[in-house]
Structures are given as structure tokens and as C-alpha cells.
Design a protein around this ligand. Structure first.
Ligand SMILES: [Zn+2]
Length: 307
């Protein structure tokens, strides 16, 4: 199963309807928790996603709205008897904050600290790219390797059927039939997480060909001065990022508490996003990643269609 569960969508100040940040990406057997702000433990419960499903926690930076939920989530995992390793990724300069937060948690979890100080792969298929914020910040991109999709008509024409199909897939060829003769190229899925940043090359790189781009959208376009001062994106800039990267779908989040209604932000992002599907996330939305490169679609009530 692949889906993004939105646990919280507020930036600096949570509101009556928005919890601080928190995003759980369920990706086959992995559960990647991005930026657990305050209240994330409870939001996991409300969303019906057990803390035990988390295998990695990825912090973009160590501002409170992106990490103050860490002790609660870690303690809950201990309480729930999690015995698998949990990897915690974060910018190296945030070491003191991370260690302080981790020290508050109930001991007993097999937690592996994975600080990063430069761009690159931090796990299989998981890369970090520097962003530009007031403290060291990195965005994340999860990339599935490209693959091939079998075409039934071509298989039939080549006389490959039954168990031979599996043999062909494993071996790459069978009785003169090559896998590429009976299949088409299938680009791997990409999910990008671009949190607190101003417009920068790193954000553009992360957005490139993303099936789902989760992107901060702190301010409206008329607050561009504030966005610049605090190094955040405006709605228009978030939409333009999706367009520049030709992302299939853009999910806006990390809204300032000054916007109880995000409709205006959504309009402004859409105006710059070209053909992208753009949605403004609400807490507890779920965005299912459909078949590869087919875009994303809401998988449960409360989510908005994004394909
Ligand atoms: Zn923030």
C-alpha cells in the first residue's frame, strides 16, 4: 500500500482545525514519518495509523513545529512494543535538539540516529537535498526504481503464458523472447517533501517529475515580503514549483494560522501550477498513490481527489 496520511497542516501556530505538521508516508512495508510536530502521537491514533507502522522518521529541520512531537511518538512506540529498528534522519547541525528530544522519550526503542550534512542518499531510494531556510534544512525524495509493465497482448503473441511469464521476468529472456519485447517502460514513482524554504534550486530539483509533491505554502502571494523575510514560500511560488518540476500532483500544506480558509492560497497556487493537480491539505486527508505515474487519488473520505 502506498499513501500519504496527512496528520497536521499548521505552521508555527496550530489552530482549532489544524494540528502542527506531521505526515506519514506508507510505502509498501515502510512507514516514513516526516516532521512530527506537537500532537502527532494523537493524530496517528485519530487517523487509525499505528505508531508501530513507523520505520523511519525524517526531519527537514529542527524548528519546533517540525519536531516537538518526537518524544511522544518515540515513547508511544516503546509502549506499543515496537522491536524493529527505527531510523531517525535529520540535519547534522540539529544534533543537540534531536538528542535533547530523544532523551525525553521512554528508553527501549532500537533508534538509529542518521544525521546528514550534505545532499545524497540517506537510505535505499531516499535522498536529501538542501533547501534554504533560517536553519539548515533538507527536503526528501523517495524514488522507486524504474521498471517494466508486461503487455498481455504482446505476451500472448509471443506465446509466453502461465509460469513462463514469471521465468521471463526473472531471467530477462526466454526461448528467444526478451522482456523488453513484451513490456513497456514504467517510470518509478517519486514522492517529494519540500518543507520550510524560500525558492531555491534544491526545491526545484526535488519537485522534478514527482508523482506527489508535498510542499509548504505558508503565505499568500500578497505576503511575499513576509515569506522572503522568514524564508518561506508563497502559494504562487509553491504552485510554480510544481509546474517547473512537472510534478503530477501538488499537495499544499504548512499554512500560517492567519488563513483559516485556504481557498485563496489554493487559487493562487493553481494559477501558477499549469496542468498540475493541486490540493490544499486538511488534517487527516489521505492521498493514495495509484499505479505508477497515474497520479494520486484520494483513497478515503475526507481527502480531495488529486488526479
Ligand atoms: Zn515550519
Amino acid at each position: 500500500m502506498r499513501e500519504l496520511v496527512v496528520l497536521g497542516t499548521a505552521s508555527q501556530v496550530p489552530t482549532r482545525t489544524r494540528n502542527h505538521n506531521g505526515y506519514l508516508l506508507r510505502w509498501d512495508g515502510e512507514g516514513l514519518l516526516f516532521d512530527p510536530g506537537e500532537g502527532t502521537q494523537r493524530q496517528l491514533t485519530v487517523a487509525g495509523t499505528p505508531a508501530s507502522s513507523i520505520t523511519r522518521i525524517c526531519l527537514t529541520h529542527v524548528h519546533g513545529d517540525h519536531c516537538f512531537g518526537l518524544p511522544g511518538v518515540l515513547s508511544r512506540m516503546v509502549l506499543d512494543g515496537v522491536d524493529h529498528p527505527v531510523h531517525l534522519h535529520y540535519p547534522a547541525s540539529g544534533e543537540d535538539v534531536v538528542r535533547a528530544l530523544v532523551s525525553l522519550a521512554t528508553p527501549g526503542l532500537d533508534l538509529r540516529l542518521r544525521p546528514h550534512g550534505a545532499r545524497g542518499d540517506v537510505a535505499h531510494g531516499l535522498a536529501v537535498v538542501p533547501l534554504r531556510h533560517r536553519v539548515e534544512t533538507y527536503g526528501y525524495r523517495l524514488t522507486e526504481p524504474d521498471g517494466r509493465t508486461l503487455v498481455p497482448d504482446l505476451l500472448r503473441a509471443a506465446g509466453v503464458e502461465g509460469p513462463d511469464v514469471g521465468v521471463l521476468q526473472r531471467q530477462g529472456s526466454l526461448r528467444g523472447v526478451r522482456l523488453e519485447d513484451v513490456s513497456v517502460h514504467r517510470p518509478g514513482q517519486r514522492v517529494a517533501v519540500v518543507m520550510d524554504t524560500e525558492v531555491c534550486e534544491g526545491a526545484e530539483e526535488l519537485a522534478e517529475r514527482a508523482d506527489l509533491l508535498l510542499v509548504e505554502c505558508t503565505f499568500a502571494d500578497d505576503a511575499a515580503d513576509l515569506a522572503h523575510e522568514y524564508r518561506h514560500l508563497t502559494a504562487g511560488q509553491a504552485g510554480a514549483l510544481g509546474a517547473a518540476g512537472q510534478a503530477a500532483s501538488v499537495v499544499l500544506t504548512h499554512f500560517s494560522s492567519r488563513y483559516p480558509d485556504t481557498g485563496m492560497l489554493l487559487d493562487q497556487a493553481r494559477a501558477r501550477a499549469g496542468a498540475r493537480t493541486v490540493v490544499a491539505a486538511q488534517d487527516l486527508d489521505r492521498y493514495g498513490l495509484g499505479r505508477r505515474r497515474a497520479g494520486v487519488a484520494a483513497s478515503e473520505e475526507g481527502g480531495q481527489a488529486a488526479s
